[in-house]
Design a protein around this ligand. Structure first.
Ligand code: NAD
Length: 230
C-alpha cells in the first residue's frame, strides 16, 4: 500500500512513517519542517519521499496528494496528523489572528487532507483516512481553549465525511491520543531526550496504566486502522 502522512517529521507522525515502512508500505511525508522531514526520509530509504508542505495551505496539500499519487500510482491511506499547540492563554487575551492560525493548522488541514484525496479514493472504491484528534477533544482541562475546540471539530468533521464516503468503500477514523511523549507535549520542537523524560514523569500519574503513551503506541493503532482488517 501507499500512504500520505502529515507531520511525519516528528513524534507520532515520524513513528508511524517508520512503522508503515517496516510493514512494507510506501510513504509520502508532508511537513513544514524541511530539515527533519528530509532526515526521516533519508534514514528510511527509497520507500519514503518528503514533500515540504504547510498543511494549512490548500495549494500545498493539493500538491502533496498529487505528488504521492504520481510517485506511487495510488494512495491507499492518508494520515492527517500534523499539529501544534495553538493559541495559549485566557480567552480574554486570545487574538482573532491566533484563533485563525489555530483552526487553520488543526482543522482546515484535516478538511484539505480529506478534500484532496476523496475523489481518488472513491474512484478506486477503497481507502482509509485517519485523522488525529486528542483526548482534549473529549475532556476539558487537558489543553488550551482553541486546541480543544479545534480537535473536537476534527472528530465531528471526520464523522460526517465518513458518512459521505462510506458508501464508496472509503473509511474515515480519528485517533484521540492522550499524553504522548513527543516534542509537542514538551512544548518545543527541538525537545531533548531529557525534556521528553521529564514530560514522561510529569504526565505518568494522569494515565491509569502509569506511563505516558509513546509515539510507537499510536503508530500501532494507526497501522490497524489503515489495514483492511479494521
Ligand atoms: P510533534 O510536534 O512531535 O509533531 C508535529 C509535526 O507536525 C511536526 O513535525 C511539525 O513540523 C508538523 N507541523 C506543525 N504544523 C504544521 C503545518 N502547518 N504544516 C505542516 N506540518 C506541520 O507532535 P506530535 O505529538 O507528534 O503531534 C502529532 C499530532 O498528535 C498532532 O495533531 C497533535 O495535536 C496530536 N496530539 C498529540 C498529543 C501528545 O501528547 N503528543 C496528544 C493528543 C494529540
Amino acid at each position: 500500500k501507499a500512504a500520505v502522512i502529515t507531520g511525519g517529521a516528528s513524534g507520532i507522525g515520524a513513528a508511524t512513517v517508520a512503522r508503515f515502512v517496516a510493514e512494507g508500505c510506501r510513504v509520502t511525508i508532508g511537513d513544514r519542517d524541511v530539515e527533519r522531514g528530509e532526515a526521516v526520509a533519508e534514514l528510511l530509504g527509497d520507500d519514503v519521499r518528503f514533500v515540504p508542505t504547510d498543511v494549512s495551505i490548500e495549494q500545498d496539500v493539493a500538491e502533496l496528494m498529487a505528488t504521492a499519487i504520481d510517485d506511487w500510482g495510488d494512495v491507499d491511506i492518508v494520515f492527517n496528523n500534523a499539529g501544534f499547540g495553538g493559541a495559549l492563554g485566557p480567552i480574554a487575551q486570545t487574538s482573532v489572528e491566533d484563533f485563525d492560525l489555530t483552526f487553520d493548522v488543526l482543522v482546515k488541514s484535516v478538511f484539505l487532507g480529506m478534500k484532496h484525496i476523496a475523489d481518488h479514493m472513491t474512484e478506486r472504491g477503497s481507502g482509509s483516512i485517519i485523522n488525529t484528534g486528542s483526548i482534549a477533544a473529549i475532556d476539558a482541562g487537558w489543553s488550551p481553549h482553541l486546541y480543544s475546540a479545534a480537535k473536537a471539530t476534527v472528530i465531528q468533521l471526520s464523522k460526517t465525511v465518513a458518512m459521505e464516503l462510506g458508501d464508496s468503500g472509503v473509511r474515515v477514523n480519528v485517533v484521540c491520543p492522550g499524553a504522548i511523549a513527543t516534542p509537542l507535549l514538551v512544548g518545543k520542537p527541538d525537545a531533548t531526550d531529557a525534556d521528553l523524560d521529564a514530560a514522561r514523569t510529569a504526565f505518568a500519574p494522569t494515565v491509569p496504566i502509569g506511563r505516558v503513551g509513546e509515539p510507537a503506541d499510536l503508530a500501532s493503532m494507526v497501522l490497524f486502522l489503515a489495514g483492511d482488517e479494521s
